[in-house]
Design a protein around this ligand. Structure first.
Ligand code: MRU
Length: 358
């Protein structure tokens, strides 16, 4: 997708200087900076500090991180240790484990001379596959939006939470892909963008990328969705996910669950968009999903532009107040209208998923 009219992806490998390039998402929306990841440590740090974030993108970063590990020290112990560090770098998104395991499987038994070439090819195909999957999610989700539009004959209002846009993937996004496809087709859409405290991925990233693509959107405080649904101003919700387990229960950014409850109470369809790399086939108990708890300072400090256009970080809470920062919650499958995947739309259940993914 585009920034300032120029097409970008969120991550790519620069063969000339053997580095991984990313857009530093902690600087958006106020500054656009591309940075180089030169070492495994750089890549792990980029994931931990959320320079890259979003389940598919952190998976791709870990895949390229294995490439960096090979460039740095082509030895099996280092590669294995780095793989473990990548998997631990953020606990909730399953794509990290998925991407690392896929890389290790591909590299097992490969001789030293070939290992870098094969690793690069595999990391690149993880990215290409993600682009294709997200595009297909868009085409399947488009049909749902189109159906609403044909009935309503007016703008379709879609509520989304966090950023499950192209910035969270390689391109297209998951939740945003149906929206971009609808917009390109001339269907009138408008997006209610949940601010998504504390990191404000909705306001800082989703709204930013929708603006760049010319998609009408409005940022709302996280608690606004309920009344908008009561007023009939939300036609559907589409969110992303960091891990959807075999039973169809969905882990996503904190606050997703409350939106799903409000949607159920108001008969608003609540869809979750995801590539199959986000499905955790091994877990069947939603309580077993690890929920990341992040530094509470993310809650008590906020960054923005000051009057001189400089980015400034300020404390917004009483110095003595305790804060707590759980980054994800789990929406039970019963509140999910459907899962929009690269293979089609299915019920959020074991049976639904099995029908699509044999
Ligand atoms: O903490 P983040 O910004 O990595 O959380 C991202 C989300 O919760 C997204 O909705 C999810 O990863 C899906 S991304 C296509």
């Amino acid at each position: 997708m585009h920034i300032n009219g120029k097409a970008f992806r969120t991550i790519w490998f620069d063969k000339k200087d053997q580095t991984v390039k990313i857009i530093d998402q902690t600087k958006l929306p106020h500054k656009f900076e591309i940075i180089n990841l030169k070492t495994t440590k750089d890549a792990i740090n980029a994931i931990k500090t959320m320079k890259v974030r979003g389940a598919p993108l952190i998976g791709a970063t870990a895949a390229y991180g294995i490439v960096l590990a090979i460039i740095e020290k082509n030895n099996p112990e280092f590669i294995n240790k780095s793989s473990e560090d990548f998997i631990k770098s953020r606990p909730t998104a399953i794509n990290l484990k998925w991407a690392v395991n896929r890389m290790l499987k591909k590299l097992s038994g490969v001789n030293n001379k070939e290992v870098l070439k094969i690793a690069l090819e595999e990391a690149s195909s993880i990215c290409e596959e993600d682009v294709k999957f997200c595009e297909n999610i868009g085409l399947h989700g488009l049909k749902i939006i189109e159906e609403i539009y044909n009935k309503k004959k007016n703008t379709v209002n879609i509520l989304t939470h966090c950023n499950a846009g192209w910035l969270a993937t390689i391109d297209w996004g998951t939740a945003t892909s149906p929206i971009y496809h609808a917009h390109k087709k001339g269907i009138k859409v408008h997006v209610w963008v949940d601010e998504t405290r504390p990191r404000n991925q909705g306001a800082f990233l989703t709204s930013f990328e929708l603006n760049e693509e010319g998609v009408p959107n409005t940022i709302i405080a996280d608690n606004t969705g309920g009344i908008l649904m009561q007023r009939g101003e939300v036609d559907m919700c589409i969110v992303g996910t960091d891990r959807t387990i075999a039973t169809g229960d969905v882990a996503n950014k904190i606050g997703t669950y409350l939106k799903a409850l409000a949607a159920k109470d108001n008969n608003v369809p609540f869809y979750v968009a995801l590539p199959s790399s986000t499905i955790d086939w091994e877990t069947t108990d939603l309580k077993k999903i690890p929920i990341e708890e992040r530094d509470s300072k993310e809650l008590s400090y906020i960054e923005g532009l000051d009057e001189n256009n400089n980015v400034k970080k300020v404390l917004i809470y009483p110095k003595k107040s305790k804060t707590m920062n759980l980054a994800f919650d789990v929406t039970p499958a019963q509140y999910v209208t459907g899962l929009i995947t690269e293979k089609g739309v299915c019920e959020a259940s074991k049976e639904g998923l099995k029908k699509l993914f044999k």
